[in-house]
Design a binder for this molecule. Structure first.
Ligand code: THU
Length: 138
């Protein structure tokens, strides 16, 4: 990821946060993904009166990207009030497309609280290869 891409990724996640629909938790999250194609995809959390039907910002961005044909990703940025870390479901959904993903966690001031990888956030991940007896990629 270039410095320009990193800045754009962060800006996209910060901007997406304004669209968070979080009337129940009031915890507003913005996320952005940089696909290997060079395109950016962003998303926010969208809550629901049936709480369990809510979706996180990271998964919103991911399903937007995958539903437009993307399968490979370089980096993700997540912006919250306090640099919160992606939930287990989001880590698992992202892991489907590779553990080498760079993950930047930022607070609402745009400060990078953590610069890590999905491999570090989700050790011993269950990945698509596990579903093949020969262990090869699907
Ligand atoms: N949330 C996210 O969107 N991403 C995270 O990384 C953590 C949690 C959302 C889910 C819910 O709408 C709110 O934050 C509080 O859990």
């Amino acid at each position: 990821m270039t410095d320009d891409e990193r800045q754009t990724l962060i800006a996209r996640a910060m901007a997406a946060r304004q669209w968070a629909y979080a009337p129940y938790s009031n915890y507003h999250v913005g996320a952005a993904l940089l696909a290997s194609s060079g395109k950016f995809y962003d998303g926010c959390n969208v809550e629901n009166a049936a709480y369990g039907s809510s979706i996180c910002a990271e998964r919103t961005a991911l399903v937007k990207a995958v539903s437009e044909g993307e399968r490979q990703f370089e980096a993700a940025a997540v912006v919250t009030d306090n640099g919160g870390s992606p939930c287990g479901s989001c880590r698992q959904m992202l892991a489907e497309f590779g553990l080498d993903l760079i993950v930047l966690l930022l607070d609402s001031e745009g400060r990078t609280v953590r610069d890590t990888t999905l491999r570090e956030l989700l050790p011993d991940a269950f990945t698509p290869e596990k579903l093949r007896r020969d262990g090869r990629s699907l």
